[in-house]
Ligand binder design. Structure first.
Ligand SMILES: Cc1cc2nc3c(=O)[nH]c(=O)nc-3n(C[C@H](O)[C@H](O)[C@H](O)COP(=O)(O)O)c2cc1C
Length: 203
């Protein structure tokens, strides 16, 4: 296994963001995040897609792995625990797992770094960089809740994609974008047209 790069744009990147897509429902959140990071520019994206993530994305969006990988500037095989994202010496600014399965969440909480996604998340935490986990499951049992508490204590931001409705969404993509907007806010990349409470937009 070797580390490959799938660089599809030569734009100057000011921020390097790792995006993980695991096998929880809601792969659209990861896909949309990649699309919007590309659209805004100035961000280099590094994608890790798990095998279950591939399967769920295919079931939910009809997109194949190659199409998803094409949304990122670089992508890495999840088995390649020797690639640069596995080392803290490779400088990244933040990591988002969208969506984050209970399996991946639990592995991160206990440092079971047996694939690149979990290893990269562990590196993000140990280097005190921002780790945002869009954990998706319902309902939660107390073990899930304890694990999320542990991750929050370790410095991760647990941000399940729970929609708000105060912005009166009209489409499914309005609901998806609401959660993606909150992730962009957490990354320090707020969008000017994001829907925010207390702000009236012109018609
Ligand atoms: C259609 C589908 C939907 C799933 N939804 C969820 C989910 O919402 N949350 C979750 O934790 N796991 C969900 N799973 C199960 C995960 O895919 C499974 O636990 C897998 O081992 C996760 O592996 P990964 O974390 O390496 O991606 C789903 C699986 C399938 C096929």
């Amino acid at each position: 296994m070797f580390c490959f790069q799938n660089k599809v744009s030569e734009k100057v990147a000011f921020l390097e963001i790792v995006v993980g897509i695991s096998g929880a429902s809601g792969s659209i959140y990861g896909l949309r995040l990649l699309e919007r990071l590309r659209a805004r520019g100035g961000v280099g994206t590094h994608l890790i897609l798990t095998r279950s993530g591939e399967r769920t994305a295919w079931l939910e969006t009809g997109k194949k792995a190659a199409e998803i990988r094409a949304l990122a500037d670089h992508s890495y095989p999840v088995e390649d625990i020797g690639c640069r994202l596995a080392s803290g010496s490779f400088l990244t600014d933040a990591m988002v797992i969208a969506p984050c399965s209970v399996h991946t969440m639990s592995a991160i909480a206990y440092g079971i770094s047996s694939n690149l996604l979990v290893r990269a998340a562990d590196v993000t935490l140990k280097e005190r960089r921002k780790l945002i986990l869009q954990v998706r499951e319902t309902p939660f049992h107390v073990g899930h809740l304890r694990t999320m508490t542990q991750l929050a204590e370790m410095g991760a931001i647990v941000a399940p994609p729970i929609p708000g409705f105060y912005h009166q969404p009209q489409t499914v993509m309005d609901i998806v974008d609401f959660s993606v907007d909150r992730v962009l806010d957490l990354l320090g990349l707020p969008e000017t047209d994001a829907k925010r409470w207390g702000e009236k937009k012109s018609e």
